[in-house]
Design a protein around this ligand. Sequence first.
Ligand SMILES: [Ca+2]
Ligand SMILES: [Ca+2]
Ligand SMILES: [Ca+2]
Length: 141
Amino acid sequence: MPATAHRPVLAATLAAALLLPAALPSTALARSSGTERTLKMVDTDKDGTIDLAEARAAAGHVFDGAETDKDGTVDAKELKGRLSKKDLKAADTDSDGTLDRKEYLALVEQRFKAADPDSDGTLDAKELKTPAGRSLLQLLK
Ligand SMILES: [Ca+2]
Ligand SMILES: [Ca+2]
Ligand SMILES: [Ca+2]
């Protein structure tokens, strides 16, 4: 029975061919490149860090892109999961249930400061990979 004898070998070879090159490097790469890709996108002066002006500019683009019904504010639906209900409520200082540009940028500034524990006014890749850094990046892409 040559056919049945070959099958497991073939399957193993195929599995190895499919899984091995993809498995380890791609997950490690995807994890770091998410942050690095956003950093590159936001870092318009290319100094390798994000300053508050760059964060605000990126957040402005996100706000405009998310604001699909053009009423000047973003609601939970337009934010597409960038903010939890609780965070939206906390950032919604006039309590109208949505965030206008000022409220959105104030939140960005607040998260920027939280992500900058050395208070040098810039966020490097290491700071962006902390939980505080990640929650800021959520608002910038
Ligand atoms: Ca920069
Ligand atoms: Ca509001
Ligand atoms: Ca810093």
